[in-house]
Design a protein around this ligand. Sequence first.
Ligand code: AQP
Length: 334
Amino acid sequence: MDPDKKTIFSGIQPSGSITLGNYLGALKNFGKLQDKYNCYYCVVDMHTLTVRQDPQALRERSYQLLALYLACGLDPDKNVLFMQSHVSGHAELSWILGCYTYIGELSRMTQFKDKSQRHADNVNGGLFTYPVLMAADILLYKTHLVPIGVDQKQHLELARNIAERFNNIYGETFVVPEPFIPQNSAKIMSLQEPEKKMSKSDTNTNNFILLTDPEDVIIKKFKKAVTDSGCEIVYDEENKPGISNLINIYASINDISRDDVMKEFEGSRYGDFKIAVGTSVASALAPIQKKYFEYIEDKGYLNSIFNKNAEIARENANKTLKEVYEKVGFIVNR
Ligand code: AQP
């Protein structure tokens, strides 16, 4: 870790196969930051237990996520690519931070309200305290910047409040982290129901594009994407959520602005635009997929990355935990 560089932490849950929403909202930015910052990119497997998981599938998806991190260009020598459950400090700090978080704050979290409706038969304690574990993930590494999609902004604000509260009581301990949210892809919406977020745990597979979907499937899903009345390709989130979502996808996959997209497709028909979006996405994902299918075959290599990075993460996590334990009054024995 370079002491002159600021620190980045972000994570993705292996709760399903990774979608275009996860990629454009978070993962695509990860690689851009790896030279300028000390970066921790985590497979946040502990978070997934807030919803029932099949153990074997969870293990497999954790390897798949690491393979995708690598395929998306994250250099394992420049980034700490690791599994959350390999570093016990996440759970330990989470317990402490939970004692500095109010029930009222957690009750206001929209993701809790949303997921407890969707999983009404399993509204467990972990679902409620999820944002505390996320705060621990971030604060453990004295993180300055957190690349996330806008759906995680409320959780990050809570992490900031917890850090400030702890610092006010015990003196400067945690860095108060800032969000890093992309402009055009802060929230990629579902293709069939553009008023809701594209999510990997959605049961309708036409709602999302997976990073591993083959080209023909990608094009077919975009062709089927719901558009709006009218025929102009203009950005209007409120009245044209379907087309606006496609404009955001095309803009961010090509690193151009929404205005550039509207100029390029002025006078084009919805059908042609949908095919252009599908083709752009498929060609951006093709090289990632090629590398992904190579990495996923080599579990030995993936395990070696997990093992090496767990040690680095543990060492740095322990420094923070030791400081926290001392401040709260524990007799430190770490
Ligand atoms: N649709 C999205 N648009 C932009 N960013 C998104 N992210 C997720 N969906 C979108 C960002 O991806 C990162 C990893 O997310 P996560 O795996 O921690 O959990 P999530 O936000 O709950 O993502 P999903 O896909 O909706 O997972 P499930 O279905 O399991 O709940 C985060 O930075 C997130 O903002």
